[in-house]
Design a protein around this ligand. Structure first.
Ligand SMILES: Cc1cc2nc3c(=O)[nH]c(=O)nc-3n(C[C@H](O)[C@H](O)[C@H](O)COP(=O)(O)OP(=O)(O)OC[C@H]3O[C@@H](n4cnc5c(N)ncnc54)[C@H](O)[C@@H]3O)c2cc1C
Length: 410
């Protein structure tokens, strides 16, 4: 049995946890920081399994936390990746309506983007076809975001972990939390080989992504909230497919739900991905087949979905029906053809990439929570709903989390 004492314990070595460690170390280099993760390796969950898009800050209603941190966060992460010499594809993004009635949303997105400080403008059909010759806009108009980039998420995570270690941040990996004692500021873990370890901390940050609500509840926080896992499956464009994508192509999203829709994303390594879907997963880590299925959670999830279905707020029924069907290749193809009409089944090859969104559901309000949510507990801060664009925003989000924590009163 070993014992560790630390000023700051960060649970979770995803992008949010590591960005917190980085910003805390920048601001308070004298603090001893310990990052703890149940997995033996970095990047096993959302941060290592996403689209890798550094979002430009267009979608989010002004005044939300997302709007507050996305633009700055993207600029800071891009500058950091460039300074580190990491691969970045500065390819921009086009957002196109996939049906004529969605055209009106372009103005709303334009206004939001500008209010948030993003660079964005409307383009006509001529410019659209120059930027995305293989794409389609249903209304002859689209939005152009020159600042959107694509990075390699796992490469970013690995370099960040390396820099943190060099700065003296400790990592305890493969450490599953067994017990929490908030009053005594203590956690105990079982590590590989059943070695037991106790950590005493001054303040704890819970950045455990898909498990954040469960950890928060152990601290008496977020009792009425539950994370619902939505699976994101991707396809890859066949290298011989007759298309040439040099920029991201996104649909106009349904702004009633926190997902951006199936999109086309080129990567710095030359591959082009299509996806992700947003279909219910039957376990928080149910990436493939029966792996990670949680029957009790799945039943409760069905209950929450049924309640959303019944309320049908924001046209949930239509949305859920469409999304559930995207798990089938022909229907995924149909959704993708709304953006890329020449796409055929043989152009799509299965991608190894699959991610699960840690989407917070507020049972009291009966709604999917759209914004990031931060909750304070005893000597602890809990990051609930670290959904997209938390990777993009991570450096600025970390500053906001630190400022809102009770750690350093103003
Ligand atoms: C399909 C998909 C596509 C996305 N695309 C984008 C995108 O293009 N751009 C963007 O900005 N964002 C995107 N996102 C969102 C982004 O990936 C997440 O917002 C971000 O990665 C969240 O980071 P995190 O650190 O909170 O969570 P995670 O990366 O999930 O990290 C949480 C960590 O906590 C650990 N953990 C869990 N429980 C415990 C415990 N009890 N004790 C110790 N450790 C624990 C886990 O092992 C994990 O390492 C996407 C997400 C998905 C799923």
């Amino acid at each position: 049995m070993s014992e560790i004492s630390t000023d700051i314990a960060i649970l979770g070595s995803g992008m949010v946890g590591m960005a917190l460690a980085y910003q805390l170390n920048e601001r308070y280099p004298e603090l001893l920081i310990t990052v703890i993760d149940k997995e033996p390796e970095i990047g096993k969950h959302s941060s290592g399994r996403n689209s890798g898009v550094l979002h430009a800050g267009i979608y989010y209603p002004p005044g939300t936390l997302k709007a507050q941190v996305c633009v700055q966060g993207a600029r800071r992460l891009l500058a950091w990746c460039e300074a580190e010499g990491l691969p970045v594809l500065a390819c921009g993004k086009v957002i196109a309506p996939q049906s004529a009635e969605l055209d009106g949303q372009l103005e709303l997105l334009l206004e939001r983007g500008r209010a948030n400080g993003a660079v964005v403008r409307l383009i006509d059909e001529h410019e659209f076809s120059q930027r995305v010759p293989d794409g389609r806009t249903a209304s002859g108009r689209a939005l152009w975001s020159p600042d959107t980039c694509v990075i390699k998420p796992k490469v970013v995570l690995q370099r960040l972990a390396q820099r943190l270690r060099e700065r003296g941040v400790q990592f305890v990996m493969g450490a599953g939390v067994k017990d929490v004692n908030p009053e005594a500021h203590q956690l105990s873990f079982a590590q590989a080989g059943s070695r037991s370890c106790t950590i005493t901390y001054g303040h704890l940050f819970n950045a455990t992504g898909l498990q954040a609500d469960r950890v928060a509840r152990a601290f008496g926080v977020g009792e009425h909230c539950i994370l619902l896992p939505f699976k994101g499956l991707y396809w890859q464009l066949h290298p011989q497919a007759p298309f040439h994508f040099t920029t991201n192509l996104y649909p106009v999203p349904d702004l009633n739900v926190p997902f951006l829709g199936v999109h086309v994303t080129p990567s710095p390594d030359g591959t082009v991905s299509l996806g992700p879907t947003a279909i219910p997963a039957w376990g928080r880590e149910n990436y493939r087949g029966l792996e990670g299925i949680e029957p009790k959670m799945a039943l409760a999830f069905l209950g929450d979905l049924a309640s959303q279905w019944w309320r049908n707020a924001g046209g949930f029924r239509r949305y859920a029906r469409e999304q559930a069907l995207h798990g089938l290749k022909p229907l995924f193809l149909k959704a993708a053809q709304a953006l890329v009409p020449g796409l055929r089944s043989e152009h799509l090859i299965p991608s190894q990439k699959v991610g699960i969104r840690a989407q917070l559901y507020d049972r009291r309000l009966g709604t999917l929570v759209q914004d990031f949510r931060l909750e304070q507990g005893p000597a602890s801060t809990h990051v609930l709903n670290a959904i997209s664009p938390a990777f993009t925003a991570s450096f600025a989000l970390a500053d906001l989390i630190i400022d809102q924590s009770s750690l350093f009163p103003n």
